[in-house]
Design a protein around this ligand. Structure first.
Ligand code: PBG
Length: 329
């Protein structure tokens, strides 16, 4: 007797393995998160995110030109707001000449073809580090939604192609869609962070933007009343289906690796593109282990990114985008 099927035949060497490979990463899979800060000539490394930087607008321009040449044609913008511009209502977010609005224009001027997505959330602008307006120890839902709609219009008027609300308020996709339509901004898309979990993996990001919830009386210490409980699965489907019904063009699962079961399930359920955000803490873990010599950085990075795509991601937001594309060659 011999084994009826010898599966190892198709693994004999790299030529046959690459012939039968089911999932292949391409530069076109990636969305590159970029952190923007005020000033000139500034490139500040984020302490908990080695090799990742906050850039001032002049260096942002150079960065997007480089990304474009590498075949990376979509960016997701975040801004670090100085403390003196923060308040409970996120007022600065609507400033026509604010950092985000200028960053959008900078990218579009440097690289007209670059797809510009913007993070729509109050936390970098909030004196309390929350994604919503805080009142009597609560995060107000509908007032926040209305505000996010105004913020989205402001980004769209500055030139954003797609706005990406990352707050998890109920009904905000509908509010944003209505506000955009009312302004005639019918081509501006919405990528909804639809299944966003209350995750400890966002720590390094909150360092990058100085946006962690503050420890003040009557202010919630965490985001668990709006971001999802990581124990839940049906809830992710419900959130995502509702966002599609309200007008989301793209939905997102976040974080990545711990949630690939959710990614697969959502990919099977909805008929819009599914994005996955491999978040800051996932990036930091790989960097830290690699620095210690405990893991092979490039091998682990490619394994994780490929797994995210295999699980069903059509778009991968990742701090590894440049590193991965360099390896793809
Ligand atoms: C803000 C926002 C967060 C991230 C993206 N948008 C942080 C948070 O919700 O606290 C996290 C991204 C990352 O960790 O890489 N609304």
């Amino acid at each position: 007797m011999y084994p009826l099927r010898r599966n190892r035949r198709l693994r004999t060497n790299e030529s046959i393995r690459s012939l039968v490979r089911e999932t292949i990463l391409s530069p076109k899979d990636f969305l590159v998160p970029l952190f923007v800060t005020e000033g000139k000539g500034i490139k500040e490394e984020i302490a908990s995110m080695p090799d990742y930087y906050r850039l001032s607008l002049d260096l942002l321009e150079a960065e997007v030109k480089e990304l474009w040449k590498m075949g990376l044609h979509a960016v997701l913008l975040f801004v670090k707001v100085p403390d003196n511009l923060k308040d409970n209502k996120g007022t600065e977010a609507l400033n026509e000449d604010g950092l985000m609005q200028r960053a959008i224009k900078t990218v579009k001027n440097a690289c007209p073809g670059m797809l510009v997505m913007t993070d729509v959330a109050m936390d970098p602008y909030s004196s309390y580090g929350h994604d919503g307006i805080v009142e009597n120890g609560q995060i107000l839902n509908d007032e926040t939604s209305d505000f996010l709609a105004e913020m989205s219009v402001s980004h769209a008027l500055a030139g954003a192609d797609i706005v990406a609300p990352s707050d998890m308020m109920d009904g905000r996709i509908l509010s944003i869609r209505e506000a955009l339509e009312d302004e005639g901004l019918i081509h501006t898309g919405i990528m909804s962070y639809s299944a966003k979990y209350a995750s400890a993996f966002y720590g390094p990001f909150r360092d990058a933007l100085d946006s962690a919830p503050v420890d003040v009386k009557d202010v919630p210490k965490d985001k668990k009343t709006y971001q999802m409980d990581y124990a839940n699965r049906f809830e992710a489907l419900k959130e995502t289906e509702m966002d599609v019904d309200e007008g989301a063009d793209i939905v997102m699962v976040k974080p990545g690796l711990c949630y690939l079961d959710i990614v697969r399930e959502i990919r099977n359920e909805v008929d819009v593109p599914v994005a996955v955000y491999q978040v800051s803490g996932e990036y930091a873990m790989v960097k830290a282990a690699a620095e210690k010599g405990w893991l092979d950085h490039d091998a682990v990075m490619m394994e994780q990114l490929t797994a995210i795509k295999r699980a069903g991601a059509n778009i991968i937001a990742s701090y590894f985008a440049k590193d991965a594309v360099k390896l793809l060659g």
